[in-house]
Design a binder for this molecule. Sequence first.
Ligand SMILES: C[S@@+](CC[C@H](N)C(=O)[O-])C[C@H]1O[C@@H](n2cnc3c(N)ncnc32)[C@H](O)[C@@H]1O
Length: 221
Amino acid sequence: MKIDILTIFPDMFAGPFAESILRRAQDKKLVKIKIHNLRRWAKDRHKTVDDRPFGGGPGMVMRVDIIDKALTALGSGHKILLTPQGKTFNQQAVASLSRKKHLILVAGHYEGFDERVRNLVDEEISIGDYILTGGELAAMVVVDAVVRLIPGVVGEKESVKEESFSRALGGLEYPHYTRPADYKGKKVPEVLLSGDHTAISKWRAEQAKKRTKQRRPDLLR
Ligand SMILES: C[S@@+](CC[C@H](N)C(=O)[O-])C[C@H]1O[C@@H](n2cnc3c(N)ncnc32)[C@H](O)[C@@H]1O
């Protein structure tokens, strides 16, 4: 998969994309991530990408002509605008994006985008009902979630399938335990120490269902 990101703060991406699973995925050539400074497509010598809103009001608005030029230069990928007004991101959207060959993400700033930018993209994504200072963190969230579903990125295939929101019922995952088996009197459930894999599977399925019912009943509906 190829991922292009348009931003006015390219340096923000250095840390998260250079560590752990995202780094390994790039090293293994399972994904190629490129960060582009939107100012490259600006027309004036100050490299301006925003302007005052028509009709007045606070803040600056990102210009449609500059974003259009940048998107045209990046080719025919699936174009995503990061905006709090987009569809709320979830694991279903992650799975669908992980099947695309080329994603182009556009991170906004200031008051947001000129309304006509919406005509240039395939979809608009929000990562939740709150306002960030810019779309960079949202783009990182999208890339992180999508890349780990690309086959070969996460070691054991099963660990992706069994996770919360990906399970057959779409619910939460069962609880995990590791050593010590007894920590300050809190014991690991007997069944997990039994070696009986059928019983363990049954217990995990029950726990996942119970947990989803308690914490996220909306997922069961
Ligand atoms: C300060 S916000 C602009 C918010 C805009 N004035 C509004 O009320 O919709 C600046 C940029 O941050 C990004 N952003 C902020 N919150 C976001 C969210 N929840 N999901 C995705 N992107 C977000 C978008 O790219 C947005 O253009």
